[in-house]
Design a protein around this ligand. Structure first.
Ligand SMILES: Cc1cc2nc3c(=O)[nH]c(=O)nc-3n(C[C@H](O)[C@H](O)[C@H](O)COP(=O)(O)OP(=O)(O)OC[C@H]3O[C@@H](n4cnc5c(N)ncnc54)[C@H](O)[C@@H]3O)c2cc1C
Length: 394
């Protein structure tokens, strides 16, 4: 049974959602970063009146009800949205389908001017582009829970998107659901801390002798053969230089994909379950065979409907929708139903970590153990041969 960090002090449970901070009537709680850069609640005992609200609101101690989700693949018809989006543009189309001018606020994760991931709210459709594209780092929720509470009370419709634990925190803070609230979560394998991303940005700025102007973790760029690669990282600098590299060649992405440096609670996440607290879950869909490349080659979203409210939205979407067995989502997205595997090198990575050894440690410890690499090698070679033959048959 998971416990509230304020009771147990166990970092493995605390997602850092900040519901405890938001609910405190005396503003006695601040979120304080530890040496890895992950934030945990800290109580100022001089201000605390021992009302116990913070401990009772903690979403990790709540039961999650059983639900019966339905899964679909989704690709938007809106080319501009497709290229702004991480996968098939599900998020942008969901917002468009629900948004009513003057009556709706949309909350999501954006980068501020210093490349810090933060949650923010906007009340214009034109401003939602900033939320598109996955930012592979834990976002700071700031005061958004309180803002959402006040907007709902004032009769506004609110669309809130975030990680499953952020949705759990919000719902717990709001003490349940609201008719005018639509929650969208992502399938999430885990979040690195902002401190780690800051190290990486600093390293790249020094290497390229210029300030970073943009970072995109999932750049869609056209390859020589006309197909799109969907998993490259893009770095743009103020001196005009632009770098697009394979995720495996970026120390940050290698560590992220290697599950090396997620928040401790991510490896123990109770919200990585088919029983979601959101109305709609969005994700990437990989591995579907024999699809028309023209339609499906620029990314495919998965849409999982978790509630009647979510079902209503699905009926309003005008992209290309196909229902797929939810087993397919499970097969290609391990974190739909369970947390990420723990990387046994995590402690070695954080031990003595500094900006100067970040790259070396990330590449070294993100690698799969030798035994796994030996087992996977024949499969990799067969894949290369297959792709080579297919290229020349065409
Ligand atoms: C940390 C992280 C881990 C992920 N892990 C997986 C995974 O294991 N499997 C999988 O299928 N998909 C994963 N995704 C989701 C995936 O990358 C796409 O976001 C998803 O396919 C939606 O694509 P889209 O084209 O509909 O969304 P887009 O139009 O690209 O919109 C992105 C959405 O994600 C939200 N978002 C972006 N960054 C963050 C963040 N840091 N914290 C909270 N919300 C954020 C935005 O608010 C927006 O709603 C992950 C995303 C993140 C941020």
């Amino acid at each position: 049974m998971a416990g509230c960090y304020l009771n147990t002090g166990a970092k493995k449970d605390c997602t850092g959602c900040g519901a405890c901070k938001a609910i405190c009537p005396k503003n006695a709680i601040t979120m304080v970063s530890d040496e890895e850069g992950y934030k945990y609640p800290h109580i100022d005992t001089k201000k605390c009146i021992n009302c116990g609200l913070c401990r009772r609101i903690c979403p990790v101690t709540n039961e999650i009800p059983d639900i019966y989700p339905k899964a679909y693949t989704y690709v938007t018809n809106d080319e501009a949205n497709l290229f702004e989006a991480t996968s098939g543009g599900a998020f942008g189309d969901i917002v468009n389908a629900v948004f009513e001018e003057g009556k709706t606020y949309v909350y999501g994760c954006t980068f501020d001017e210093n490349h810090k991931a933060v949650h923010a709210g906007v009340n214009s459709k034109e401003k939602i582009s900033q939320f598109k594209r996955s930012k592979y780092v834990q976002s700071d929720l700031k005061e958004t829970f309180k803002e959402v509470r006040d907007l709902l009370a004032a009769g506004y419709k609110v669309i809130f998107s975030g990680t499953p634990c952020q949705i759990a925190g919000l719902k717990s803070f709001l003490k349940g659901d609201h008719d005018n609230l639509l929650c969208i979560d992502i399938i999430c394998h885990g979040v690195p801390s902002q401190k780690l991303l800051d190290y990486y940005i600093d390293i790249e700025e020094k290497k390229n002798n210029s300030k970073l102007s943009e970072i995109a973790f999932r750049e869609k760029n056209k390859e020589k053969d006309g197909s799109y690669s969907l998993t490259n990282i893009k770095l743009a600098f103020s001196n005009g230089k632009k770098i697009i590299k394979k995720a495996s060649k970026s120390s940050y992405m290698a560590g992220f994909s290697g599950r090396l440096f997620y928040r401790p609670s991510c490896y123990n996440c109770k919200f990585a379950s088919k029983n979601r607290l959101s109305d709609i879950t969005i994700c990437d869909i990989w591995g579907l065979k024999n699809l028309d490349k023209e339609i499906y080659g620029k990314g495919i979203s998965g849409i999982i409907i978790n509630s009647a409210k979510g079902e209503e939205v699905l009926n309003k979407l005008n992209g290309i929708i196909k229902d797929i067995p939810s087993e397919h989502v499970i097969k290609t997205n391990e974190c739909y139903t369970r947390p990420s595997y723990y990387n046994k090198n995590r402690n070695k990575f954080f031990n003595g970590l500094s900006e100067s050894n970040f790259e070396k440690k990330a590449f070294k410890y993100a690698k799969k153990p030798l035994i796994n690499r030996i087992i996977l090698f024949p499969r990799k070679v067969l894949g290369y041969i297959k792709r080579f033959i297919l290229k020349y048959i065409k």
